[in-house]
Design a protein. Sequence first.
Length: 338
Amino acid sequence: MAGVRLQDVADHAGVSMKTVSNVVRHHPNVSPQMRARVQSAIDELGYRPNALGRRLATGRTGLLALAFADIRLPYFAELANLVAATASTSDARYRVLLEETGGTLDGERAVLNASESGLVDGMLFQPAIMTTSEIDERHGDIPIVLLGEGAAPPSVDRVMIDNEAAAMMATGHLVDLGRSRVAFLGHETTQLTATSQQRIEGYRRGLEHAGLSADPALLIATVETGAVSARAAVGAAIDAGLHFDGLVCRDDLAAIGALRALHERGVAVPHDVAVVGWDDTSFAATTYPSLTSIAPDTATLASMALEMLEERIAGFDGAGRHRLAPFQLTVRESAPFR
């Protein structure tokens, strides 16, 4: 039924508008019998709460935004699934709206500007381009928690993993396998993002810790994110005579492209080159060979971020809290233990 109002539901159920509002907001102080009665009226009339109307009535919309570069990237798709599932089971039972920035400055500015429209109660945001000062200036009064390795003002909460330590772990694993020419694949050809900077630094530190030099020729950049570009980059490097026996990849997509390029040139994995991916996305266990990968604890990351965001929404106004989520190395066939 079009145009059903909160008052219509209240009249149909024979209760007050406040009672209907409490049921819609999943307020705990509603008896099971009353909840069933109101829910029956909601179902019969086809009532759907209006976000702006709910904000006027309660001060909140029950909606959160999750903003990142590209939902086509497996890591972000899986993270979005975890955030939505975690938010829906919280006491507030939030729904999550996805916002893509395209990895551009204009896109990142747009999601922060849109957040001020009052449609969401708070935002989880993974910036790639915006500077610390611009995030601090533009986020306004909207509660926000940042994800990942990008810029983070001291006043804003952030959750990430220790990328340098993780890259050191990946590099150290390859060195422990006896690999002495370890390359890094998948960073940008132009200006490095904070993610790439930290992962390359950890890779270099891992080599130095093992007493190996960091050869700049072993940094294999890609034109764009994805398996296709990684395949081309690794193929071109091998065709140009670059020798390496271990490969740390910026993400699992880069690793998939590398596996293809190596196979096409008769380079055996892991016999000739051992490969480590990053993110341990769902397909890592099904590649051939299966992919050893850095595995961020994304479930904990999502839970920590949502917990801090809900605290901000509830009124917490302390200094920004920067938290680290755990990670591990999931070892599979592409770089197995000796």
